[in-house]
Ligand binder design. Structure first.
Ligand code: ATR
Length: 269
């Protein structure tokens, strides 16, 4: 019988996941279907129960349900607990297991696709919301020498630095303008790019060859990517992270990690 998966969100029409997973399934010879699932804003939990009852094997979760998704799980993987959010559900013999592959996808994009080691490097994380929180544990597990979290609201960055400060990697919180020194890797996890707004960090955060990654993607580079490129950084958008988080989810469900190059090429010909 063909195994059923879907991505749950509201809205959901724009999601690229239904284009990605069938390619991974073909590559790995797996028999599955992957659909879009629009859940009512007040009906996420009921939607999950329906999918379980209909025999679905798992689901991805996207906006605005990632935090709520953690609440419907009977078990949470450590990285989902640390992220406080779930983007991958597995329905397994009565259990609803929640995981979060966004951070691992980001790390995979940096280390595999951009070919950058995080170990021993200085990392600047811009933003302290859900996207930044989800990235932190997987970045820490790569053992950078230091992480600075800069945010418009410094108190939120402070809270995040405290929450993740016990893992052995020094983490400091800062306002944007006060960030000092250069960084090997600068990650924009603010939602500012959606509105064309640049986190006002000093240009000196970028050195020649710094990697600047915006979690957003679109047909044009974001203002953050343009700013970083003007100051010598190598830039990436969030398409690689998208493709890699999907591969991580696929591996959780199917036990095999697909090669992401074909999908990357398909989404950005
Ligand atoms: P997400 O899930 O995308 O991370 P979020 O949890 O609402 O969304 O967090 C949004 C992040 O983007 C926050 O760090 C927010 O800063 P504040 O904590 O000060 O609100 C940041 N952000 C949003 N708009 C921004 C802008 N125009 N400039 C800089 N930072 C912005």
């Amino acid at each position: 019988m063909t195994d059923k998966y879907c991505v749950i969100g509201n809205p959901i029409a724009h999601s690229k996941s239904p284009d990605i997973h069938p390619v991974y399934a073909r590559q790995t010879g797996q028999d599955l279907v992957y659909e879009r699932c629009l859940a009512p804003l007040d009906g996420f939990a009921a939607t999950v129960q329906r999918l379980v009852a209909e025999g679905y094997r798992g689901a991805n979760v996207t906006l605005p349900f990632k935090i709520e998704a953690a609440g419907v799980c009977t078990r949470l993987e450590e990285r989902a607990r640390a992220a406080g959010a779930v983007n991958t559900l597995s329905f397994d013999r009565g259990e609803i297991v929640g995981d979060n592959t966004d951070g691992p996808g980001l790390v995979a994009d940096i280390t595999r696709n951009a070919g950058r080691e995080i170990r021993g490097k200085r990392v600047l994380l811009l933003g302290a919301g859900g996207a930044a929180r989800g990235a932190l544990l997987p970045i820490i597990q790569q053992e950078p020498c230091e992480i600075v979290i800069a945010n418009r609201t410094v108190a939120t960055a402070d809270a995040l630095a405290r929450d993740f400060g016990r893992h052995g990697v020094p983490i400091r919180a800062s306002g944007f303008a006060e960030v000092d020194g250069g960084f090997d890797i600068v990650i924009n996890a603010t939602s500012g790019s959606l509105a064309g707004e640049l986190p006002p960090v000093p240009a000196a955060v970028f050195g020649p060859g710094s990697l600047a990654l915006d979690m957003m993607y679109g047909s044009q580079p974001t203002v953050f990517m343009e700013f970083a490129a003007r100051h010598g950084a190598v830039v990436r958008d969030g398409l690689g992270m998208l493709v890699e988080q999907a591969a991580e989810a696929f591996a959780i469900w199917r036990g095999e990690r697909p090669d992401t190059a074909e999908v990357f090429g398909m989404l950005r010909p």
